[in-house]
Design a protein around this ligand. Structure first.
Ligand SMILES: [Zn+2]
Ligand SMILES: [Zn+2]
Length: 164
């Protein structure tokens, strides 16, 4: 999923402003790491960010990427996804949104829904804890994976084509 160039620029502008206000030094490295999350709609984990940023900065260590991502999280510039027992993934979309998760390839895509934003919190939950936000996770098979599945099922006809 590609993010609109204008949105990326807005996110980077916001990033610079927040760093300035928090007196966090705006380094090239921090900017590169933030930009990587900001321009990706894939909710990457630290390793994915590292592999991508490393192309321009070969000396960058995975440890630095981890520390920077958690710093950005502390600054409220990105959010984390899912349970903290799993490999943490990061999200630069700070607008209220929900996730579609493909159970086949793991794709995590943002979607927006006024209806879901206004879902009532079940009363039973109050005994478990205080709810701050409600985010819906829709699980299913993404269109790319279903197209692949269809291709596999159509294999016999592909074979016939081959013999012609
Ligand atoms: Zn998929
Ligand atoms: Zn998201």
């Amino acid at each position: 999923m590609t993010i609109d160039q204008k949105v990326i620029e807005q996110r980077i502008e916001h990033f610079k402003q927040v760093c300035l206000n928090a007196r966090v030094k705006l380094t090239r490295q921090r900017l590169d790491i933030f930009r990587e999350v900001a321009r990706s709609g894939d909710h990457p984990d630290a390793e994915t960010v590292w592999k991508s940023v490393r192309k321009q900065a070969p000396n960058l260590s995975l440890d630095t990427v981890y520390r920077t991502l958690w710093l950005l999280n502390d600054l409220g510039l990105i959010k984390t996804l899912g349970s903290h027992h799993e490999r943490t993934r990061f999200d630069a979309n700070l607008s209220r949104h929900h996730h579609f998760i493909c159970t086949s390839c793991g794709l995590t895509k943002d979607f927006y829904s006024e209806t879901f934003n206004n879902l009532p919190v079940p009363d039973d939950l109050s005994s478990v804890g205080a709810v701050e936000t409600l985010q819906v996770e829709a699980h299913g098979i993404c269109s790319k994976c279903s197209a692949l599945n269809r291709q596999h099922k159509q294999k016999p006809s592909v074979k016939e084509d081959y013999h012609e």
